[in-house]
Design a protein around this ligand. Structure first.
Ligand code: SF4
Length: 344
């Protein structure tokens, strides 16, 4: 900028960063007039997870996924469950040294077919995501973003061009909640979801963490489902998950299971085909065939106990189950990509 600050337009915060300072996310810093990203090659958390933990229930169910995240975040959620890294600066975490090819090598050594960019917001370390994803695709691995969806249109296409699947958090359906409890805004997240649906081939699912008294109102949940049906369609899996007291929200009770059961019932009755409950023990993690209504994937917490999907169809009635269940489908989506990057 004319005054010497740098304008980061990776996410809708549009930070103007002075010399020696960092943006809101902590890990993008103005060093001598250059914007540097301090999380590159320095993950603060690396773990092997079941893919159901992301959560993704329609993308290679029952497989492992090597997951990593860095320090920092572009949201300020009071209920963050990974606040020890998301609210830390790069020099306040114990980070590993992992170049993009080391990450891919690690996934292959431990037999994981996919990699997840997760734990904090991967958008803020987008350059590292892109470099890892390129190597991952060359090695035949799948790539997954677990994101809050707070990204600009310019950055969106640069990153999602390299991504096979995503889970996007829609944290509430009111601007008041986004402004007061996450320190961001709702509209950009809705736009990201629409871009994913209408301008990419990325398979995506959505998560809505329900917090008692803050976003558990039935009329809000109804509006959220109406918006999903109208803008994204009826086949986006929607995961209602339980909150537990953490970080700055320790005065709220954990989400009662009945709240999740009610939300799932409401969304299903409204016409969403795949609605799940998460972070509680229930049969709400099972996949129900929208045709014959049989339980075609049975789960216990994050484990798959039985899977009756065959080549993307219900084994019993042949109804198509939307998602990515075969390697050929992931390849088809990559080569069919209909991305429209903007250059303004
Ligand atoms: S990515 Fe970080 S530095 Fe860039 S605009 Fe967002 S919060 Fe600010």
């Amino acid at each position: 900028m004319q005054d010497g600050r740098l304008h980061c337009y990776l996410c809708p915060r549009h930070c103007h960063i002075g010399e020696g300072q960092s943006g809101f996310c902590f890990i993008r810093k103005n060093e001598g007039g250059r914007l540097v990203q301090l999380g590159y090659g320095r993950p603060a958390a690396v773990a092997m997870d079941p893919i159901e933990k992301k959560p993704l229930n329609h993308f290679f169910p029952g497989t492992k996924i090597l997951s990593l995240g860095t320090a920092g975040c572009n949201m300020g959620c009071f209920f963050c469950q990974n606040w020890d890294i998301s609210k830390a600066k790069a020099d306040q975490v114990r980070a590993a040294d992992l170049a993009p090819d080391d990450v891919v090598e690690l996934a292959m050594r431990y037999g994981a077919p996919s990699l997840a960019f997760t734990y904090n917001e991967p958008t803020i370390w987008g350059e590292y995501v892109i470099d890892i994803a390129r190597e991952a695709h060359e090695a035949g691995l799948n790539t997954v973003m677990v994101s809050n969806g707070y990204i600009t249109r310019e950055a969106f296409f640069d990153i999602y061009e390299h991504i096979d699947a995503a889970n996007i958090d829609l944290k509430a359906f009111t601007e008041k909640f986004y402004a007061k409890v996450t320190l961001t805004h709702l509209q950009p997240v809705l736009e990201t979801l629409r871009w994913l649906r209408h301008e990419t081939n990325v398979w995506f699912e959505m998560t809505n963490l329900i917090i008692p008294t803050l976003n558990d109102d039935n009329s809000e949940l109804k509006q959220l489902c109406e918006w999903v049906l109208e803008n994204l369609g009826d086949n986006v899996p929607l995961h209602f998950t339980a909150f537990h007291p953490d970080f700055k929200l320790v005065d709220k009770q954990a989400t009662p299971p009945e709240t999740l059961h009610g939300a799932r019932r409401l969304a299903t009755e409204m016409g969403l085909k795949y609605v799940y409950e998460g972070n509680i023990f229930s049969d709400g993690g099972d996949t129900i065939c929208p045709g014959c209504k049989k339980r075609i994937i049975r789960r216990s917490w994050h484990s798959v106990l039985a899977d009756d999907v065959r080549q993307g169809k219900c084994k019993d009635c042949g109804t198509t189950i939307e998602g990515v269940f075969e390697k050929a489908e992931v390849e088809r989506r990559r080569t069919d990509a209909h991305l429209h990057p903007v250059t303004e």
